[in-house]
Design a protein around this ligand. Structure first.
Ligand SMILES: [Zn+2]
Length: 315
């Protein structure tokens, strides 16, 4: 595992519901609620993505990078899906008040994330299900909140869906970012809200999990299909769209790098189909696009999608 020391980042703010991005996939409405979006040195996450390499490929990065400075836009956000009576949250970012040694950028955060969630209609009592694509520190944080000095499930009426394979891995893995299991997973289990699920679980007619292991052993993506329209939430299959052009550019935290590389290729081959909307879990700016073929690889075409980060430096 990688140690994340203090990284000089440039923060980008998302303020108010008018700054929230939404997509409609048939009957499903998806809202992106941002915990934080930052400009990162690319190589901090993807070692091959140094500034020179990013600048060389700047033409293809579009709104996903700062082409002047060779930095990538990295977003920590939740995708909130509303369909029928269900309100489903996919990944819960880093959370407030959590002590994260070796990851200064996520430690003891005090953000207004839950205010924005409530504004978007996904307050604590609204959410019916929480999906974690995997159990890394930046995907489970708002599973719980600190109340009266005790970690308690943030969404007491939700069922928390944790991958069985993923949980089997992390429950015995040494934790170097603090007690992630103890403060963000175990309280949901103790409250009787957790369900261990298979990586191909079908939640309802429109939403199911798709196994995409490699980044972590039990990683899954989330498919949404309704009214003849399709979307997929990547999880951490890749951290930045440039990894569709260069699937062999590993993310530092990929647990099994060869498996993650082949998973990225298979993912791009499968969803480069001119109609599946790709929703990137860490992609900044528009956070989405369609996969287009390019030589032996792919690129993410975000033309026509809104970019809420209009206070992006140097834009
Ligand atoms: Zn992540």
């Amino acid at each position: 595992m990688v140690m994340w020391g203090p990284i000089e980042v440039i923060k980008i703010k998302q303020e108010g519901i008018d700054k929230m991005q939404t997509w409609n996939i048939g009957e499903a409405k998806i809202t992106k609620v941002v915990e934080m979006e930052q400009m990162w040195p690319g190589q901090a996450v993807i070692p091959d993505a140094n500034s020179a390499a990013l600048l060389e490929h700047g033409w293809i990065l579009g709104p996903f990078a700062d082409r002047e400075n060779g930095r990538i836009r990295l977003s920590f956000h939740t995708f909130c899906i509303e369909i029928g009576d269900e309100k489903i949250v996919v990944d819960t970012c880093a959370g407030n008040d959590k002590t994260r040694p070796n990851f200064a950028g996520l430690s003891n955060l005090q953000t207004d994330f839950m205010d924005k969630m409530t504004e978007a209609g996904f307050g604590p009592d609204d959410v019916t299900a929480v999906i974690c694509t995997h159990l890394h520190v930046d995907h489970v944080g708002w599973n719980t909140s600190l109340r009266n000095g005790v970690w308690q499930p943030t969404f007491p009426k939700a069922r928390y869906l944790f991958g069985e394979t993923e949980w089997a891995h992390w429950r015995v893995e040494p934790q170097i970012y603090g007690d992630v299991v103890g403060d963000s997973i175990q309280p949901c289990i103790d409250a009787g809200l957790a369900e261990l699920v298979q990586s191909d679980m079908q939640l309802n007619d429109a939403i199911w999990l798709e196994p995409t292991p490699g980044h972590t052993p039990g990683h899954h993506s989330v498919c949404i299909s309704s009214g003849g329209e399709d979307a997929i939430i990547t999880g951490d299959v890749c951290h930045h769209p440039i990894q569709f052009e260069f699937p062999h550019w590993s993310s530092e935290p990929d647990v099994d790098k060869p498996a993650a590389i082949s998973m990225r290729r298979r993912f791009a081959e499968r969803y480069c189909d001119d109609h599946t909307l790709i929703l990137g879990t860490h992609f900044g700016g528009p956070s989405c696009g369609y996969l287009r073929p390019m030589g032996n690889s792919w690129w993410l075409d975000s033309a026509g999608f809104a970019d809420i980060g209009d206070n992006l430096p140097n834009s």
